[in-house]
Design a protein around this ligand. Structure first.
Ligand SMILES: N[C@H](CCC[C@H](N)C(=O)O)C(=O)O
Length: 263
């Protein structure tokens, strides 16, 4: 069977996108999904995203996300932004979108070539010294440090991801963060399910922005995040010590190429 695919990237976090409204691919096709994400034997990507018919009144579509290891996973912020760009390409939406993903409902908007995605509210943040942990649709361990450019992300990230307390609860993503100036941070991320550094992680930079504000490393409610693949911004409203709402992740999302897979 031949299935058209589209390759998108959002600040270097890259995805195979399939219009799966006709259910050409099943969520259980783990082996096929892993092969499609393989950078030698397949198309190559950090993850694969299915766009499916909406199941919730008022939604434009449904998002199903898989990590490069072929397993369905938690929310992908950059993937969600790329999916909105894909939905516009397919003429499913104009410049506004509403969809449901594994972590619940999302709204999105397209303005001046940038995609803004509303993320889930956050009301639980663990903080101890220079370490924070919170879930922004995916679980994120955050290390506030210096000289992130000198860190061996794959080695140090894997050591944390496969250690207590994460090892018995499905792991976590690991972000290494360096303050660059007023409300601007450099972020490098080890991603669970890719099991390597990715050039950007949307739920990761969202977690970093909120952790920076909660730990008083940032005082604004709009934070700039510089990642190896580009720049993202995160804005939010703070309702209480650990109560963040109206959280929006903004950045570019582009179609790189399209093709056809045979499976
Ligand atoms: N690897 C993540 C999911 C994708 C997150 C990332 N690509 C993003 O943009 O949020 C996890 O398994 O928790």
């Amino acid at each position: 069977m031949k299935i058209p695919f589209f390759k998108y990237q959002g600040t270097g976090n890259d995805f195979v996108m399939l219009d799966n409204r006709q259910h050409l691919l099943s969520k259980n096709d783990t082996k096929i999904i892993k092969k499609l994400c393989d950078r030698k034997f397949g198309i190559g990507a950090d993850g694969l995203i299915l766009l499916e018919e909406p199941e919730v009144n008022g939604d434009d579509f449904k998002m199903i996300y898989f990590n490069a290891d072929g397993n369905e996973s938690s929310m992908c912020g950059n993937g969600g932004r790329c999916l909105v760009a894909f939905a516009k390409y397919l003429n499913i939406i104009e410049d506004k979108a509403a969809f449901t993903a594994v972590d619940g409902p999302h709204k999105a908007s397209i303005k001046e070539g940038l995609i803004s995605l509303q993320m889930q509210n956050v009301n639980k943040i663990s903080q101890k010294g220079n370490i924070s942990f919170l879930d922004t649709g995916s679980p994120h361990h955050i290390v506030f440090t210096s000289n992130v450019k000198d860190i061996n992300i794959k080695e140090e990230g894997a050591a944390i991801r496969y250690s207590e307390p994460y090892v018995e609860r499905g792991g976590a993503n690991v972000n290494f963060v360096e303050a660059e100036g007023e409300n601007t941070f450099l972020v490098r991320t080890y991603e669970r399910g890719v099991e390597d550094e990715t050039l950007s992680c949307g739920t990761g930079v969202t977690a970093v922005a909120i952790a920076a504000n909660a730990s008083e490393r940032a005082n604004a409610n709009k934070i700039k995040l510089k990642v190896p693949g580009g720049e993202l911004s995160v804005s939010f409203s703070k309702k209480g010590a650990e109560n963040y709402t109206d959280i929006w992740l903004t950045g570019p999302a582009e179609q790189v190429f399209k093709g056809e897979i045979t499976c």
